[in-house]
Design a protein around this ligand. Structure first.
Ligand SMILES: NC(=O)c1ccc[n+]([C@@H]2O[C@H](COP(=O)([O-])OP(=O)(O)OC[C@H]3O[C@@H](n4cnc5c(N)ncnc54)[C@H](O)[C@@H]3O)[C@@H](O)[C@H]2O)c1
Length: 248
């Protein structure tokens, strides 16, 4: 039997209550990691964590105080943090011409300020522990302009791509790796509801060379690799998980 790939690692996954984050948490547990599921949704977050032997943490990533409180709980319970997954993100689906400033600010707060604050506060913890890994959930929209996605979401995911590269270059000296992942449309409950319309579904399938949507497990498996020591020389990479969409 092969050894578990994340044993001994303490990990924190934001937005882990459901969707892609919950599947990342499940795969990390399967590979032997200690997992903190962090989310604003306490009811779903606690259920998800309990179902897999993870610990739930209430965390609003847009609040610096909330990050400080959550990370001090992690340190009290385990003494170190090896992997941060900045997964939580939102999309208020309005084109630039209809986008109100309040919605724009909200998206920036969750999709950019949230990961920024997380990185700010885990860097000293990881440095003290001798190193670590930060994984940022961007999107194909952090790599290319996408015909079906609004400008604001693309702006926030592009910012995350470059935040990743900056941290990768500047904190490698502390043995901290930082990478971003870029899924195309993922078959989550939310997306399934949106794609009930056969025309929209055909659009989304038609743009993927492999001819299907990503599963949450497709995404989580890439994160298992990147979080593990197998990826010890992968730093500053922007990895598409998109069936070839951005290769064209
Ligand atoms: N679903 C897709 O097709 C797709 C494709 C590419 C990238 N992504 C990205 O993947 C990530 C997860 O997407 P998903 O589809 O699983 O979304 P989701 O809406 O199912 O889950 C997001 C989670 O984040 C939590 N959250 C929202 N605001 C928060 C905050 N301020 N603090 C803490 N938690 C907060 C929510 O409660 C929820 O549990 C997002 O960053 C999204 O942009 C999704």
């Amino acid at each position: 039997m092969s050894a578990m790939r994340l044993s001994g690692k303490t990990t924190l996954i934001t937005g882990g209550a459901g969707g892609i984050g919950a599947e990342i948490a499940r795969r990390f547990r399967e590979e032997g990691a200690t997992v903190f599921v962090a989310d604003t949704n306490c009811v779903e977050g606690a259920k998800t964590a309990a179902s897999m032997g993870a610990v739930f943490l209430e965390l609003d990533i847009t609040s610096e105080d909330s990050w400080k409180a959550a990370l001090s709980t992690v340190l009290e319970q385990t003494g170190h943090l090896d992997v941060l997954v900045n997964n939580a993100g939102i999309n208020i689906r309005k084109n630039i011409e209809e986008m109100d400033v309040e919605s724009f600010d909200t998206m920036l707060a969750v999709n950019v300020k949230g990961p920024f604050l997380g990185i700010k506060h885990v860097l000293p913890i990881m440095r003290a522990g001798g190193g670590g890994t930060i994984l940022n959930m961007s999107s194909i929209c952090g790599l290319v302009g996408h015909g079906y996605t609004n400008e604001t979401y693309t702006t926030t995911k592009g910012a995350l791509t470059m935040l990743t590269k900056s941290v990768a270059v500047r904190y490698a000296k502390d043995n901290i790796r930082c990478n971003s992942v870029h899924p195309s449309t993922v078959e989550t409950a939310l997306v399934q509801a949106m794609l009930k319309d056969p025309e929209r579904r055909a659009e989304r399938l038609g743009e993927v060379p492999l001819g299907r949507l990503a599963s949450t497990t497709d995404v989580a498996n890439a994160l298992v690799y990147l979080a593990s020591d197998e990826a010890s020389f992968i730093n500053g990479a922007a990895i598409p998980i998109d069936g070839g969409l951005t290769a064209g």
